[in-house]
Design a protein around this ligand. Sequence first.
Ligand SMILES: Cc1cc2nc3c(=O)[nH]c(=O)nc-3n(C[C@H](O)[C@H](O)[C@H](O)COP(=O)(O)O)c2cc1C
Length: 172
Amino acid sequence: MSVLEVIRERRSVRRYKGDPVPEETLARVLEAARLAPSAKNLQPWRLVVVRDQATKIGLAKAAFGQTFMSEADIVVAVCGFPERAYPRQGSYMNSWPIDLAIAFEHLILQASEEGLGTCWIGAFDETAVKAVLGVPAEVRVMAMTPLGWPAESPAPRGRKAMEEFVSYDRYR
Ligand SMILES: Cc1cc2nc3c(=O)[nH]c(=O)nc-3n(C[C@H](O)[C@H](O)[C@H](O)COP(=O)(O)O)c2cc1C
């Protein structure tokens, strides 16, 4: 599929078959994230790939009971290092969440290309996730996703019309 086709076909998947994801498929998904750009190429990130069932259940609990996460073969958490990222993106903010979001979306799009389902998980208790995964105090957790074979085919969610989304030459 073209990149645009993958983007069009991707959905947030909230039901999974537990069948294993082959190692070579997982390797391509992780490679897509590894190749992501980051401010000054500082790559202020680390992924945690979880296959252990008890750990996945712990992460689902830390995500306020989003139990579908633990149905998937894998849960991936993306962690960041604010002190090793570009501190003044746009002259006002640290780049770390931006860097991590780009890498995580690369992962999600490659997963979609492979026929795998994902669902960006932003609703979680960071302290609880850090305890489950043993993440050091200075490292942040930005997002998680289940990664596995979809057991549903969600309909597309609506998006803003192009004219509401973009203006040319001036902000309007
Ligand atoms: C930053 C962010 C946080 C999100 N957090 C959650 C979440 O905690 N649980 C969930 O089920 N979906 C979550 N989503 C998925 C969105 O609900 C979903 O992307 C949106 O409704 C559009 O649907 P689609 O992904 O199928 O196109 C999150 C998405 C983003 C980008």
